[in-house]
Design a protein around this ligand. Structure first.
Ligand code: AMP
Length: 300
């Protein structure tokens, strides 16, 4: 099954205790698309400015990512600047410049169909909703978000959640959205807003899965010796998980569990290097190897 992904394509400037990079490729849709492309063909819907290097568009195409929906608009590409301290689970946002995303109303390309799965990667929930209404998807609808939107666009986000099958967010965001400190209570609150399945990501401590019909499980993060830049870990997790689900016409409990493990594994490659380098250097064979090693590490 094809997967449509909408979100940001960005130029990021990031500093971590292990180095610093200026204006490198980033964005929620970038990480999600590259990660999902290990499992399914992707249609990317986003916007970049005239300053966006063409080599990145070629790179997307070389990874089975259709860029018909990647609009080139006069102006500057979305920019995000952040710093991480030794607690890599928290990004201190120094600046966010929406640039070409201001007023962006994408035209959905003809090859995007309602039967494709849809991943609304992190971006303004009003834009996520606009895309949803343009496509009127019949497949799985997954959504990611962040603290900025929970704070500034809570009403719009809650409206969107009624239409979402699977919501992915981190523990701090789950607490912020629900006003609950216990994550089980937070998941119950989110489910009461209409979401069928919820993944709460806990960074290096793994992720939790909850479904409205009572299924719960926990997946650890893959143990890594070297982490250089956690940027995009959440987006990569979402892309890997939803990409893997898109490979299957029927989603069973076992496939859901595996999808979470693949999300974790793809994220482990992303954080080993700055920007998308870790994902670009990885092969499907490496992903499979890490999956097998992960099974060994978690067997009791
Ligand atoms: P993550 O580390 O998974 O939370 O995602 C980091 C990525 O999200 C970076 O590459 C940023 O370019 C992108 N990003 C940061 N803030 C926003 C925002 N407000 N909307 C959309 N994308 C964002």
């Amino acid at each position: 099954m094809r997967l449509t992904i909408i979100g940001s394509v960005a130029l990021d400037s990031v500093e971590t205790p292990f180095g610093k990079k200026e204006e490198v490729l980033g964005g929620s849709a970038t990480f999600s698309s590259l990660s999902a492309s290990f499992f399914a063909p992707v249609n990317l819907i986003s916007v970049v400015g005239t300053d966006f290097p063409k080599k990145y568009v070629r790179m997307f195409k070389n990874h089975n990512i259709d860029t018909n929906g990647l609009e080139l608009k006069k102006g500057k590409t979305f920019r995000w600047k952040a710093r991480y301290h030794y607690d890599l689970s928290y990004a201190e946002t120094l600046s966010t410049h929406l640039n070409v995303f201001e007023g962006f109303k994408p035209v959905i390309p003809d090859n995007v169909t309602p039967k494709d799965n849809l991943l609304l990667a992190n971006i303004d929930p009003e834009l996520q909703d606009f895309i949803f209404e343009q496509i009127k998807p019949k497949g799985l609808v997954a959504c990611d978000t962040m603290n900025l939107w929970i704070e500034r666009k809570r009403k719009e986000l809650l409206k969107l959640l009624k239409k979402v099958d699977l919501l992915l967010l981190n523990d701090a965001e789950a607490r912020q959205l629900s006003g609950e400190s216990n994550l089980l209570d937070a998941a119950a609150y989110i489910a009461s807003k209409g979401v069928r399945m919820i993944v709460i990501k806990k960074g290096e401590h793994g992720s939790l899965f909850f479904s409205q019909r009572g299924l719960r499980f926990i997946v650890p993060a893959y143990l890594l010796e070297r982490i250089k830049d956690p940027t995009g870990a959440g987006d990569t997790f979402a892309g890997g998980m939803v990409g893997y689900l898109s490979k299957h016409s029927k989603i069973t409990d076992q496939i859901l569990r595996r999808a979470l493990v693949y999300g974790s594994i793809l994220a482990s490659f992303a954080v080993e290097r700055f920007s998308v380098e870790g994902l670009l250097r990885t092969s499907p064979e490496e992903v499979r190897k890490r999956y097998m090693h992960f099974e060994k590490l978690t067997k009791s």
